[in-house]
Write a protein that binds this ligand. Sequence first.
Ligand code: SAM
Ligand code: SF4
Length: 476
Amino acid sequence: MSPLIDMNSLSNLACDFIDDAYLESLLDVPAEASEVREIIAKSLAKQPLTVAETAVLLNADSPELVEEIFAAARQLKRDVYGNRIVLFAPLYVGNLCVNDCSYCGFRSGNKAAIRRTLSGTEVRAQVSAMVGKGHKRLIVVFGEHSRYSADFIADTVREIYSVKDGHGQIRRVNVNAAPLDNQGFRTVKEAGIGTYQIFQETYHHAAYAEVHPAGTRKGDYLWRLDALDRAYESGCDDVGIGALFGLHDWRFEVLGLVSHSRHLMDKFNCGPHTISFPRLRPASGVQLDERWQVTDDQFKRLVAILRLSVPYTGMILTAREPAHVRQELLGFGVSQIDAGSRLELGGYTEAGDAQQQVCEREQFELGDVRSLDEVVRQLLADGYIPSFCTACYRLGRTGEQFMEFAIPGFIERLCTPNALSTLQEFLVDYASPATRRIGEQVIQQSLAVMPDGVRKEELQRRLQRIITTPDRDLYC
Ligand code: SAM
Ligand code: SF4
């Protein structure tokens, strides 16, 4: 353990549950078609897969079996999640960083990086601009630095919730920041955060040590691996895990993510709320190691296999990926995407152009630079319902007591109506005429296939209220 970390700050019964040799022993074993099909059937019955079963799917590389895995992922996505896609955007608050992660534009060794921390006033200006585009959910992102303490993060979150602009307001603030100790997690929980995301980056110990220099805070593998255990212990039962694909064998990382998910499930009776699978992007001053680069085909496979392994966990695909990759992967089980994202600090108001560029002010290069309105329109055209819903979190429907998708009929009763009313808000308040036109059609089509009854009537009343009055934030 690094001298920078106090051993006593780890969670109760903290342990390193990643056994590299075991995970490696599961890979490169020829897969029997009959076994692959049995495992797919288990997943379609909505049962989470074990690490060993996930490995069998990873080992299935004949074109025929890969196609069966894709088809199953598409079906599971439809059965469990329906056709909603939740939208959010990132807000980069500060890029000071004490770490030197070799892949990141914010790393301390990148002297070309322009360092900046937004003031409270600047945060409010960014949030106003985001609200003005129609955003309701955002994720605040920080480097790791003593300045970005739990109190600072909590104050930033409160600042964001306090911004009101016209009909709009941010209703859910998720966080992507450094691991905290127990007290830190309690502090941010009190500020009303949504999900706290921490990515392990790579689960492979040697690869982890290679990209996170010893002696830095992030150089301590266990402090990071144990972080979300501390979050649960401290009452943050809404957490997100992730791996940065491109640092080690993609199949190993999938096994790491599934191991992490099962560890949280075993210890806290509740798995992670979301899984992220960012793919390494070019970044300022970063030399990418080509060895572990993940091709588009491998990326498709890993998303489909993750979908099958953790049927009830939300999956996030960010604008690191280009539009065409995102479009295709939505069908495989992705449930959340960001849109209209700006990665440079102050980027929502101090607009540079929206062109793709590697810039000293960004953490890495974006792949999809379309506006929120464009993304919403494309989703609608592709048959999805863009959703800004935050109802569960605001009604306390999180954590162990509540596995939203596990409850039969939940989507029809709550998710679809809430998705439609938040879409209606977007169409009335922010959409371009072209987006509004197609959005209204989708709402009508969705109503047409909804069974008649009290729920449908209530939804119709809510939609009408949004169109004819200033009333907003109507959910069930
Ligand atoms: N500093 C905190 C940390 O490292 O956990 C949180 C913020 S960090 C800016 C958010 C995530 O960005 C990291 O966890 C990493 O997975 C991802 N990231 C860093 N460099 C990247 C790159 N070049 N391409 C894609 N994602 C990257
Ligand atoms: Fe700092 Fe996070 Fe970037 Fe590492 S990934 S250099 S900790 S901002």
